[in-house]
Design a protein around this ligand. Structure first.
Ligand SMILES: *[C@@H]1O[C@H](CO)[C@@H](O)[C@H](O)[C@H]1NC(C)=O
Ligand SMILES: *[C@@H]1O[C@H](CO)[C@@H](O)[C@H](O)[C@H]1NC(C)=O
Ligand SMILES: *[C@@H]1O[C@H](CO)[C@@H](O)[C@H](O)[C@H]1NC(C)=O
Length: 507
């Protein structure tokens, strides 16, 4: 009997390979790019099948860039592949297709850039909300302004891919999230209840961090001026369920920021400074990773803690801000492809007590690898994770957020101050694409950075900080002077000195 098995397997293999090419193609159309790449290495016949189909090659190319196809495109496969290659080359050489200028309110109270929409909101003299649907390389662009939102919003968050905008407001001792459709500002049709409320007790609402990831709204704020007086609230807005309500003592010491990774996970950045307590230590900064249940009230579970490098005894971490591109629930309206939420880079901006700033770049997939952890959450010292899974560079991002999208980060080149030069760091190095990477390495305006870099010990750090996460730099001069750049999948956006004008460069 034992001798039967190999024969059976051989027969089965032969039958698979003998399938008519149309049937193989029919099956392949259901596979994602990564599986297609694996199929190509199974046999020559399958490789030829994939090679012979522009649609399948397009799927592989999308996967290589961490993109997912958007449904409803009427373009032919050849045109889609051409558009993808055009988009890639444009970003590589920073050859934008168009440049458009928009006036905005001077220093808006709150602003957002998600899914091709720049929105801003003011509460004085009226509570208004303005959404600018930004132009794409194909044209378009439109401004809608709503003069009275009807609530005195403290902050807002949005996801145009699900037509959602959430305004945070308070009435006496109750905090509210108003869940509206962006298109009409009426109650969102998918929300079980258009207003979600929580008891503020005597809390004030300071230093607000408000975010959306699919069906979850997350809010971290300070309840008073006291150190450690934090409150974290998570809601499932579609079901109208409060998931999490944590207060001060339930947090690690000195939390400085909160970032939702996915609809079921978040991180807390902690400067870990307990010196406000008598004899309290000044530890190294820590990144705590948590999971939570998105469908019922629960206590989040810490799954891992990543430590920052040791600093010198007279030094300490004053602030650590975590920032990534937005999590979009669906495909971008009108786009051919959208960046996958799994393919994002998280930027940690660190400030030490002498004013020194550093930026630390970590892939989401590295943070998310701990989500499946079972058992006691590990505390991972810097030396065990930092050198191989991050890049730390001097200088930090400041002022407005949204300087990250997917695996790209934008900054004014040079000294991070006023600049006529823009620089992109792209951490999405395309695997399996020697051709594209060669082209990239020959581009005069791009440079591969795959060698480790070191911040020498001395001033801030107790030992040399060497990191090796690879990225590609692209840079270009701009006509205008910009104090800051924002970025999304298809655009760079420069902000002028007076902060009342956006220059939109499309790709
Ligand atoms: C498929 O295309 C690639 C690159 O264009 C080429 O290297 C490879 O030889 C082709 N394979 C077959 C089986 O045609
Ligand atoms: C979340 O809670 C629900 C209800 O108790 C449970 O059925 C589900 O398995 C939980 N999900 C996770 C990911 O633990
Ligand atoms: C980091 O990567 C290098 C080269 O691949 C390897 O030799 C080293 O063991 C890795 N270090 C850690 C802590 O994983």
């Amino acid at each position: 009997m034992a001798s039967m098995a190999p024969t059976t397997r051989a027969t089965r293999t032969r039958r698979m390979a003998d399938l008519h090419v149309d049937i193989v193609l029919g099956i392949f159309y259901f596979l994602d790019g990564q599986t297609l790449v694996r199929c190509c290495s199974v046999c020559r016949a399958w490789q030829e099948t994939v090679n012979g189909s522009t649609e399948l090659k397009y799927m592989i190319e999308l996967w290589a860039d961490g993109m997912i196809p958007c449904p409803f495109s009427t373009l032919s496969p050849v045109d889609k592949l051409e558009r993808l290659n055009q988009w890639r080359r444009a970003w590589l050489g920073l050859n934008w297709a168009s440049r458009t200028v928009f006036r905005i309110d001077n220093n808006p109270r709150a602003y957002e850039l998600v899914g091709g929409v720049f929105a801003q909101q003011n509460t004085w003299p009226v509570s208004d909300f303005t959404a600018i649907r930004l132009p794409s390389a194909q044209g378009g662009g439109e401004i809608t302004r709503t003069l009275n939102v009807g609530v005195e919003s403290l902050d807002f968050a949005m996801d145009p891919t699900q037509d959602l905008v959430v305004f945070l407001h308070k009435e006496d001792e109750i905090g509210h999230f108003a869940c509206r459709a962006m298109s009409s500002l009426r109650p969102h049709p998918l929300a079980a209840s258009s207003t979600l409320s929580f008891n503020l007790r005597d809390d004030s609402v300071r230093r607000i961090f408000l975010q959306i990831a699919d069906d979850v709204i997350g809010l971290l704020f300070r309840t008073s001026q006291d150190e450690g007086s934090l409150r974290l609230i998570l809601f499932n807005w579609r079901r109208g369920i409060e998931l999490v309500d944590l207060v001060g003592p339930q947090f690690p010491p000195s939390v400085s920021d909160f970032a939702i990774l996915s609809p079921r996970a978040y991180i807390l950045a902690s400067v870990n400074d307990c010196s406000y307590m008598p004899g309290g230590p000044r530890g190294v900064g820590e990144i705590h990773i948590y999971t939570f249940n998105g469908t019922r009230q629960n206590h989040p579970a810490r799954v891992a803690t990543l430590q920052l490098p040791h600093h010198n005894p007279t030094r300490y971490l004053v602030n650590m801000i975590a920032h990534s591109g937005p999590f979009c629930a669906g495909p971008l309206p009108g786009a051919l492809f959208s960046k996958s939420n799994d393919k994002r880079i998280c930027v940690f901006s660190l400030v030490y007590n002498g004013g020194e700033g550093y930026s630390l770049y970590v892939h989401h997939r590295y943070l998310e690898k701990y989500l499946v952890n079972e058992g006691a959450p590990p505390i991972i010292p810097w030396d065990e994770w930092g050198p191989n899974h991050s890049r730390m560079l001097p200088g930090r991002h400041r002022f407005w957020l949204r300087y990250v999208h997917g695996e790209r980060v934008v900054r004014p080149a040079g000294d991070f101050e006023h600049s006529n030069r823009v620089e992109i760091m792209d951490f999405g190095i395309i695997p399996l694409h020697p051709g594209f990477n060669d082209e990239a390495s020959q581009s005069p305006s791009a440079e591969m950075c795959s060698q480790p870099s070191t911040i020498p010990s001395g001033d801030v750090f107790a030992s040399d900080v060497t990191t090796a996460l690879p990225y590609r730099r692209s840079f270009r001069n701009t006509e205008d002077h910009h104090v800051q750049f924002l970025i999304d999948q298809d655009r760079l956006i420069g902000v002028n000195d007076a902060v009342d004008q956006l220059t939109v460069y499309t790709f």
